[in-house]
Design a binder for this molecule. Structure first.
Ligand code: MSP
Length: 525
């Protein structure tokens, strides 16, 4: 039986169009899912929308519609984008789903029954966009510590979750599971700012607005949006519903992918809620960093927002995903610039990868009438080195992917591509042809086709369409290109016929023209 792998994205506030930062989070999750699937896991990817709360209520009012009408429209927009981006999610949760609402109320009832919740009065500094209260000491320069915006002093009757009760347990848990939250730097931050100074009880209800899930025992209270949101990871699988088959099969999550600014909720409250429910904890929490612009955060008012649709319509979906995944390192913010986007497109995609396929196709057509020759016998020092590089880079790539170092894994793959390009220069097939060294020429062509078969397999998590296109141009059946036979050399069938006229995978771009295009769409022109 296949081992299961359950991976999630955060659920997004559907308050406007999603930019490449939001898209990155989903692309990254989907890439890891594809990798695990290729490695033989039974995968389940969950994404969705966080549709309740004051922010959504306000947005709907601004648009002159009801909150439900607003989120319905936005949900369609989000799903259309994930379709365009070829995201293969298995579950899409909306927190307005009836199944979710009912389950959340049952969860809260369980907390009430356990004595985890009490009624009190909350007074604190409230950040409206973040839907979050802060204590005086948590503010940074009098502003919201998460987003840096203005906060307002507010007071209301509220229910509280007794976090203090679980503080000791949480600390022990982290001690016993030092790899639970990565990167380490993000873990240190939440310890320094929230755990070490002592946990505050969490206010989990509001009476000042209406758009949310009602407290089961006191319906004038609406549940705090984060409690509602975090539980999506289990309610989507049917926890506390009539059918919890998926929950039994996939929980605990193998990885929650989240952005760095929401790590406190996932690294403190979520483990405590789960523990209070008597459930297993997720195996890993990965807090990725942000895609930022030269002038800071992406913002409409600055005119520096990049939307994925604008890149996809011009450069294709695989190139866009490639760029985002390659750009973002494991633990630091990365800067998007139009110049870098075009440079990478030209160098990595058009030159390194595109040319490798094109040259190979061209030579097999020229020297062997479009039939991939077979010669596994001749082994020059270049052949040996090419094979060793393949083995080494594949093993590095796998290790990096297993540790979620996706950009590093891509770089491992590109080293192999570069090595294969160099192999063409070293073996100089045009000279072998001139000197009629046919057996050697056969070996070189075979090794090139075989390298490209391996490259196509390795590309599946990052650029699935490109992977298919490479195989199709080489006439290799997709069934003959998978992780199980990745290291083999006897898979390409004798007499395999390649495409007679190679089609460029990526057409070289004019640097200036394309930089101007990207800049213009950033300004909304
Ligand atoms: N609704 C909450 C999450 C609840 S999960 C139980 C939320 N939503 S959000 O729409 O504001 O953000 C969703 C995710 O997008 C976050 O993980 C956030 O880090 C990510 N990103 C938003 N802008 C980003 C970049 N510029 N770069 C990378 N990721 C960014 O928070």
């Amino acid at each position: 039986m296949k081992e299961k792998f359950y991976i999630t994205t955060p659920i997004f506030y559907p308050s406007g169009r999603f930019h490449i930062g939001t898209a990155y989070c989903v692309v990254l999750t989907d890439c890891i899912r594809r990798y695990k699937k290729a490695r033989g896991y039974d995968t389940f990817m969950l994404t969705g929308l966080d549709e309740h709360g004051k922010k959504m209520e306000t947005k709907a009012a601004e648009n002159g519609v009801t909150p439900k009408e607003f989120v319905d429209k936005m949900a369609k927009q989000a799903q259309d984008l994930w379709k365009l981006m070829d995201i293969g999610y298995d579950g899409f949760i909306r927190t307005t789903d009836e199944k979710h609402v009912k389950a959340v109320q049952k969860i809260v009832q369980k907390f009430l029954d356990n004595g985890d919740i009490y009624k009190g009065e909350y007074e604190g500094w409230y950040c409206m966009p973040c839907e979050n209260y802060f204590t005086e000491t948590q503010l940074v320069d009098g502003k919201c510590p998460d987003c840096g915006r203005e906060v307002k002093k507010m007071k209301e009757e509220s229910y509280f979750f007794n976090m203090k009760k679980y503080e000791g347990w949480l600390k022990d848990f982290y001690k016993e599971n030092p790899e639970f939250l990565v990167p380490e730097s993000k873990k240190n931050e939440i310890f320094k700012n929230f755990i070490d100074p002592g946990l505050e009880d969490l206010c989990i209800s509001r009476c000042t607005f209406d758009w949310g899930i009602k407290m089961p025992n006191d319906p004038k209270h609406v549940l705090y949006v984060w409690l509602d949101a975090l539980t999506n990871y289990i309610t989507a699988l049917g926890y506390m519903s009539d059918d919890d088959t998926l929950f039994k099969k996939y929980w605990p999550a193998d990885v929650h992918i989240v952005g760095k600014e929401i790590i406190r909720f996932h690294g403190i409250y979520w483990p405590i809620f789960l523990h209070a429910l008597g459930l297993e904890l997720p195996k890993k929490l990965y807090a990725h960093s942000w895609i930022v612009m030269k002038d800071g955060k992406m913002s409409k008012s600055v005119g520096n927002v990049v939307y994925p649709e604008d890149l996809i319509s011009r450069y294709g979906v695989d190139s866009t995903k490639y760029y985002l995944l390659r750009l973002m390192g494991f633990s630091q913010d990365s800067v998007f610039t139009p110049e870098d986007f075009v440079l990478r497109y030209n160098s990595d995609l058009a030159n390194d990868l595109g040319n490798l396929l094109n040259r190979t196709i061209g030579m097999i057509n020229k020297y062997f009438n479009g039939i991939i020759p077979t010669n596994l016998e001749t082994k020059t020092e270049f052949d040996e080195d090419l094979r060793n590089t393949a083995k080494e880079q594949i093993s590095k790539l796998e290790k990096h992917m297993d540790n979620l170092y996706v950009s590093d894994a891509i770089q491992d793959l590109w080293k192999y591509i570069a090595r294969t390009n160099k192999y063409i220069d070293e073996t100089a097939p045009w000279i072998l042809s001139k000197e009629e060294k046919i057996e050697e020429l056969k070996a070189v062509m075979f090794n090139l086709a075989e390298s490209l078969r391996k490259v196509a397999i390795l590309l599946t998590p990052y650029m699935p369409n490109t992977s298919k296109e490479i195989l199709s141009q080489l006439g290799i059946d997709e069934k003959d290109a998978n992780w199980d036979n990745l290291l083999d050399y006897d898979v390409i069938k004798p007499n395999t016929k390649i495409i007679s006229q190679g089609k460029p995978l990526f057409v070289r771009l004019d640097q200036n023209e394309e930089v101007e295009y990207i800049k213009s769409v950033m300004k909304g022109k």
